[in-house]
Write a protein that binds this ligand. Structure first.
Ligand code: HEC
Length: 199
């Protein structure tokens, strides 16, 4: 160490301020201008922000969540929660909106094998308008068959083509075909099953 060190020409050299509180002194190290600018900007920003989101009609996260849920239900063709079980499907059968949605999907996906009016196609899907069913015993079996398919047959799972809301609408639509009179009914297959029941 030399006796006379070179004077410190660094502009950031610490400058001791002249006040002294109980022996505690401080250096004059101001925060950079950009830092202070951001600090003031956040304080100014919070005034309109608080006003807009807490007192005016700004959309908060809860509103965005509600909008997202509504959009999802709209996409899934569900006016409410997806129909559960037999009573849910029976309720959809009484709802013209759901029947129309079910028919629209049925008419693009199912008609090739089950015919547009559900009368069935020889060598392909069975008639779904009569009281005879091969795999269905209760109304909710229609939905299960659509979800899982019937192994070893041309009846594949429709889960990739239809979302849960659409699946329920189509199942209810298929159930509604029972008792109608198709143009070219395929002859009955399977057993006679009891009428649809919500139980
Ligand atoms: C590629 C042809 C094909 C398509 C498309 C198809 N199915 Fe099927 N489906 C069949 C066949 C074949 C059977 C009979 C399987 C068997 O032999 O048990 C069947 C059986 C069914 C059954 C049971 C019928 C019974 O007698 O128990 C239901 C319900 C059904 N399909 C609904 C649908 C719906 C709803 C769609 C459209 C979303 C659909 N299927 C699309 C071929 C098809």
């Amino acid at each position: 160490m030399s006796e006379n060190p070179t004077p410190n020409t660094d502009p950031s050299e610490d400058i001791l301020l002249d006040h002294n509180y109980d022996g505690i002194q401080e250096f004059d190290n101001p925060l950079p201008g950009w830092w202070k600018a951001i600090f003031w900007a956040t304080i100014i920003f919070c005034v309109p922000y608080t006003y807009w989101y807490h007192f005016a009609d700004g959309n908060g996260v809860y509103d965005e969540y509600d909008a997202a849920v509504a959009a999802k239900m709209e996409r899934e063709g569900a006016g409410g929660p997806v129909a559960e079980g037999a009573s849910g499907l029976m309720a959809l059968m009484d709802d013209p909106t759901h029947m129309a949605r079910g028919k629209a999907k049925y008419s693009t996906i199912c008609l090739a094998c089950h015919a547009a009016d559900g009368g069935g196609v020889v060598g392909l899907g069975p008639n779904m308008t009569d009281d005879h069913f091969k795999n269905v015993k209760k109304i909710e079996d229609i939905l299960t068959i659509m979800e899982d398919g019937i192994p070893g047959t041309a009846m594949l799972s429709q889960a990739a083509a239809l979302n849960p809301g659409e699946m329920a609408d189509v199942a209810a639509y298929v159930a509604s075909l029972r008792g109608t009179t198709p143009a070219n009914p395929k002859e009955p297959e399977g057993e006679v099953i009891p009428p649809w029941s919500a139980e």
